[in-house]
Design a protein. Structure first.
Length: 315
């Protein structure tokens, strides 16, 4: 139970507006999602001293207010909208308006108490932006290459020209990402450690630096759960369901998957681990997911100890 002094605030974020509500109070107001109004909101929240402020991730519109709240020392959580929708269904709240959503977020904060985590800094945001654009370029390349197989002859030259343009953009992005990592001494050192592991290349390393700043700071169970590679039990009564992984940070999980595929071939520790699981009768997909988790745990330990692969003793 919350004490009488604890205050939980929900902020429903849109491109133009921020709708603010306080749990179990009549307080509700709206401000513009602009720097000047956000500064006033921060002052009000500092005077209110909330135990927690909860926002939903809304495609980036929440970043400015979340960063300002964090910089002001106000405990803030940016939560996955799916968690909030599931909470709404569990409490029978099916109606949806901006005011109701703000109140729902405040109630979610009170009931669930999600743990505040450090928000990405400016450098992490910039590197994440470069990596996101790289992923978009790669996706477009895949689409165009597939289209080239079925398009009419008279359109092939146009698509081939677009493919060359995208490939040139990809090269420039890779150079920009590399230069950005090199420009930050702390990142450069971590990047060297991460890439010392067979199977981990520059894209995986830079993605971990930008999108998983907790790497090296949490224990093995926490980092696996954060990324979404920790198996979750599905048991009920006498029924024992399959353990599955879900949730977490999809972008990080995606590069870990590719790294595990490479490590399965070129990393002796991961290769031996994968082959042992296959001999035990595990499905290939299950074995590969286990390799992702093991690789992540190894990388986490290496950064925590500040030791490259050559100095690493892996069981």
């Amino acid at each position: 139970m919350a004490s009488a002094a604890e205050i939980f605030v929900g902020i429903d974020v849109a491109k133009t507006w921020l709708d603010v509500a306080v749990h179990e109070r009549e307080t509700f107001f709206r401000v513009r999602n602009e720097e000047h109004d956000i500064a006033k909101l921060v002052m009000w929240l500092k005077a209110t001293e909330p135990a927690l402020v909860v926002l939903e991730a809304t495609g980036g519109f929440e970043k400015m207010v979340a960063l300002e709240l964090a910089n002001a020392g106000i405990p803030v959580v940016v939560t996955n909208p799916r968690r909030v929708r599931a909470f709404a269904r569990s409490t029978g709240r099916l109606a949806k308006t901006d005011k109701l959503d703000a109140r729902l977020l405040a109630h979610f904060g009170f009931a669930v108490r999600p743990e505040p985590r450090a928000l990405p800094g400016e450098n992490e945001e910039r590197l994440t932006g470069l990596l996101t654009r790289r992923r978009q370029i790669v996706d477009m390349l895949t689409v165009e290459k597939n289209r080239l197989q079925t398009v009419r002859v008279e359109m092939r030259a146009d698509i081939e020209e677009h493919i060359l343009w995208l490939q040139a953009k990809l090269v420039k992005l890779d150079e920009a990402i590399s230069q950005f990592v090199e420009s930050e001494p702390a990142w450069k050192e971590k990047d060297t450690i991460l890439q010392s592991v067979p199977g981990v290349g520059p894209v995986t390393a830079s993605t971990l630096l930008a999108m998983l700043p907790e790497l090296g700071k949490l224990n093995r169970q926490q980092i696996a759960a954060l990324v979404g590679v920790a198996p979750v039990n599905k048991d009920s009564g006498r029924k024992q369901g399959k353990r599955r992984v879900y949730g977490g940070r999809a972008a990080v999980r995606s590069v870990l998957y590719m790294a595990a595929l490479s490590a399965r071939k070129f990393n002796p520790v991961i290769r031996e681990f994968y082959e042992r699981l296959i001999k035990q009768g595990k499905e290939k997909k299950v074995a590969l997911t286990a390799c992702m988790r093991k690789l992540l745990v190894i990388l986490n330990a290496m950064l925590r100890k500040n030791q490259p692969w050559q100095m690493q003793t892996v069981k």
